[in-house]
Design a protein around this ligand. Structure first.
Ligand SMILES: NC(=O)C1=CN([C@@H]2O[C@H](COP(=O)(O)OP(=O)(O)OC[C@H]3O[C@@H](n4cnc5c(N)ncnc54)[C@H](OP(=O)(O)O)[C@@H]3O)[C@@H](O)[C@H]2O)C=CC1
Ligand SMILES: CC(C)(CO)C(=O)C(=O)O
Length: 318
């Protein structure tokens, strides 16, 4: 008889809304999950992690395998990065501490090329993958997370020692399998770079406008002028993606309008950063796409104006 295949050990690097939500879901599914925290370490070590989820109900994980330093974490086969992209270059030492040999590092983050600054600081033996989370979740307080809607995670290969396309696909499927085992919708992405551009069609307008206009999705969708602005910004993201060689499916912007109208009223994660005086994810969501489009000969003036306004706000806010 074949022995049971051991479940991988999972490390969460940055236990905020995303890291906390998916970490709790994986722990509930029986995975051995270890959580790295910073400001919320004591609260979570003492009182556990609580998720108030519209789809799943109230979930509590207590006790939590919580760590204030990666040095204390066991070797993890999968490391799920749930920090904001603003500090990716600084995460390498923590990841090296917590990584098992040949570990897979999955960045659950928005934005373009977010893997690159971390990749260049990691050894070749580690695989790096990108994950796109289609979810509405935020931190309510220390160790307390509100999950309003959705939840899917799409996984794509970035880089690493896998010998060929078959080996790369197997690693991606392993990642997809983790989420599916936890009851979360998950799919493999054939082209991570294209998929990151595609997700920006939502994040570029809504993340930035929530900060600039101080408005969540329901009022943004209810007003004729903000709707028009969102539509125009979406069209520019599609233009930039196309100039960079990445086709966005026809009708995708209209599809996102429909999805957003069906969502509960939602403040994007950039608004929470603004509110709590944390740095905004401007490089990942604006600077890099603008630079890539420009290098391909494509100017995106509306996105550029939004980006410059946000840069001004960000400098005065942090
Ligand atoms: N929230 C959402 O609904 C969605 C978010 N995303 C993306 O997911 C990513 C994560 O966002 P989100 O979960 O909302 O962000 P949060 O701010 O809620 O979480 C980030 C967490 O990382 C922790 N952290 C940062 N640096 C370190 C460190 N060096 N060591 C330990 N912990 C650290 C923070 O701790 P501390 O409290 O100390 O700062 C915080 O707990 C972003 O790229 C975002 O754009 C994508 C889709 C939806
Ligand atoms: C709102 C949503 C679901 C859009 O894709 C999201 O994933 C985000 O906030 O980044």
């Amino acid at each position: 008889m074949m022995g049971a295949v051991a479940k991988p050990t999972i490390g969460i690097i940055g236990t905020g809304a995303i890291g906390g939500f998916y970490g709790v879901m994986l722990a509930r599914a029986g995975f051995d999950v270890h959580f790295l925290l910073r400001s919320e370490f004591s609260a979570v070590a003492e009182r556990g992690l609580h998720v108030d989820s519209a789809p799943y109900g109230a979930m509590t994980l207590s006790p939590v395998q919580a760590y204030s330093t990666a040095e204390d974490m066991p070797p993890c086969d999968w490391l799920l990065v749930g920090t904001k992209t603003t500090s990716n270059a600084d995460l390498a030492p923590a990841i090296l501490q917590a990584a098992a040999p040949n570990a897979k590092v999955l960045l659950l983050q928005n934005g373009l090329d977010v893997e690159d600054s971390l990749r260049e600081r990691l050894p070749d033996s580690l695989h790096v993958l990108g994950g796109l989370c289609y979810i509405c979740v935020h931190r309510e307080g220390p160790g307390v997370i509100t999950h309003q809607a959705l939840g899917a995670v799409h996984v794509g290969f970035h880089s690493g020692p896998a010998a060929d396309a078959t080996a790369r696909a197997a690693i991606v499927e392993e990642g997809v399998g983790l989420f599916r085992a936890a009851g979360i919708d998950s799919q493999a992405m054939a082209n991570l770079h294209q998929a990151r551009w595609q997700k920006l069609v939502w994040n570029v307008p809504y993340n930035g406008l929530s900060v600039l206009l101080g408005a969540s999705t329901t009022p943004l969708m209810a007003d004729a002028d903000s709707r028009e602005l969102i539509r125009a910004l979406m069209a520019e993201v599609v233009l930039g993606a196309t100039a960079c060689g990445h086709d966005i499916p026809a009708g995708y912007a209209e599809h996102l309008f429909m999805v957003t109208e069906r969502m509960p009223d939602y403040w994007p994660s950039m608004y929470h950063d603004f509110l709590h005086k944390r740095p905004l994810e401007l490089a990942a969501i604006y600077t890099r796409p603008l630079a890539a489009a420009k290098a391909a000969g494509c100017e995106l003036p509306r996105i550029e104006a939004l980006y410059r306004s946000l840069s001004f706000i960000d400098r005065r806010n942090t």
